[in-house]
Write a protein that binds this ligand. Structure first.
Ligand code: HSE
Length: 445
């Protein structure tokens, strides 16, 4: 039995909250099977949490509990540090300190890697240790493994993912129950799907962190969160969700990254997606990532993107990977982002991240217009004049007594800059009575 021959790998968890507790419980519950897979036992020997009493309750005497995470990082009795503190300040300094101490790191911290990944991976490579992060993107879905290893033969063309469960839950509620955003958000908070301060989720920041990491892995470029275009779901209305549905679409918050001839698209925003696509039917807090690659075609990864044991599943997968390779030469390990680091700078020059104005996509437009002769002709005339091709038009009957109505237009692909100019022209028509609603559309074919 390998686990009898080798001493256990000793793990220290920084921040024993929901995920850390899940790691502790799953490791204990599945210990025998995990040891058979890893080749030796993996044991949590130290945990930290400010509330020491709470942590002590969880570990019930099976691990040492400390208030100070640094003591774990500095301990000579720890082989792998699991960082579950979150944020980019204390977590960054602890991760860098662990690397400097020659310890492998497992982290679920997408913000840390999306913003400081280049520095952290460089430090880890220089010190010959691993920073593993399966839990950072889409929780329990093994998408990092898929991108870095399973799809390694492919030239990846694009990735589109529902990678934030909170916003997907809110959008599902808005569609199912016809709720407006504010009401659906309150429901999500009451049910524990949204945090008291939900801004990272609803503004799209969390999804942008995750798609930034996937973009780097898909195209072999450094993480570039600062270049991501980010738009959340706060301005979406039940009206647009309803109209989209009538046109055969659902609205999802997508993290998208695409390789084009000019560069890489890196963006998060609400998107219409054809209702017949599998990904359009991912509801509630579930996550899904669609990857288009040249050899394999389209693959879809679906599962829980958050939660105690789903995220623990990803953390433990990393612990097992590191355990198997413990003692191996760093050159034999899979590179952090799946590409050999020395190839990354050149790739960045070859493939810059495009500004949003250069992105090519299709659009849903909703115009509140006067219901009078010639309005549709003027609107379509401006679109035609700018070379924008219309895919579908939906015009509602005039609201009773108001003599105004909603005109919904779906376009074919055009450049965002041209669409911005076109919307400005349309907005200038006296018969357009309210700010035009624009939502991007992805066919994901
Ligand atoms: N808050 C995230 C979500 C989970 O709602 O999906 C952690 O990234």
């Amino acid at each position: 039995m390998p686990s009898a021959q080798l001493s256990p790998i000793r793990v220290g968890i920084l921040g024993l909250g929901t995920v850390g507790t899940g790691v502790f419980h799953v490791l204990r519950r599945n210990q025998a099977e995990i040891s058979r897979r890893a080749g030796r036992d993996i044991v949590v020997t130290m945990v930290s949490r400010r509330d020491v009493a709470k942590a002590s309750e969880v570990v019930a005497g099976e691990a040492q509990v400390l208030a100070d995470a640094r003591a774990i990082v500095d301990s000579p009795d720890i082989d792998i540090v699991v960082e579950l503190i979150g944020g980019t300040t204390l977590a960054k300094s602890l991760v860098l300190q662990a690397i400097a101490q020659g310890k492998h790191v497992v982290t679920a911290n997408k913000a840390l890697l999306a913003v400081h990944g280049t520095e952290i991976f460089a430090a880890a490579s220089a010190r010959g240790v691993v920073v593993a992060f399966e839990a950072a993107v889409a929780g329990g879905i093994p998408i990092i493994k898929a991108l870095r290893e399973g799809l390694t033969a492919n030239r990846i063309q694009w990735i589109a993912g529902i990678i934030n469960g909170t916003t997907n839950f809110i959008l599902s509620e808005m569609r199912d129950k016809g709720l407006d955003f504010d009401v659906a958000l309150k429901d999500a908070q009451r049910l524990g799907y949204a945090e008291a301060d939900p801004s990272f989720d609803i503004e799209g920041t969390d999804a942008a962190h995750k798609v930034t990491i996937m973009s780097a892995m898909a195209f072999g470029v450094p993480v570039q969160f600062d270049k991501a275009y980010i738009e959340g779901i706060t301005c979406l209305s039940a009206t647009d969700i309803r109209y989209a549905e009538q046109l055969g679409y659902r609205i999802k918050l997508l993290g998208i990254t695409k390789r084009t001839a000019k560069g890489i698209e890196l963006r998060v925003h609400p998107s219409l997606v054809p209702a017949k696509r599998l990904i359009a039917n991912v509801e509630g807090a579930m996550n899904a990532v669609l990857v288009q690659a040249d050899a394999v075609g389209t693959t879809l990864y679906y599962g829980k993107g958050a939660g105690s044991e789903p995220t623990a599943s990803a953390v433990i997968a990393d612990l097992v990977d590191i355990t198997r390779l413990h003692g191996a030469s760093p050159a034999q390990r899979v590179p952090h982002l799946g590409f050999q680091p020395h190839t990354m700078d050149q790739a960045m020059t070859d493939l810059p991240v495009l500004p949003m104005s250069e992105v090519l996509t299709s659009y849903y437009l909703r115009l509140r217009v006067s219901d009078e002769a010639g309005v549709l002709a003027k609107v379509t005339g401006i679109l035609a004049g700018n070379g924008i091709s219309i895919d579908a038009v939906l015009q509602r009957e005039a609201d009773e007594g108001a003599n105004q109505t909603d005109l919904i237009i779906l376009t074919h692909d055009c450049q965002e800059l041209l669409m911005n100019e076109t919307i400005a022209q349309l907005q200038g028509l006296v018969t357009v009575l309210a700010p035009i609603v624009r939502i991007r559309k992805e066919e994901l074919a």
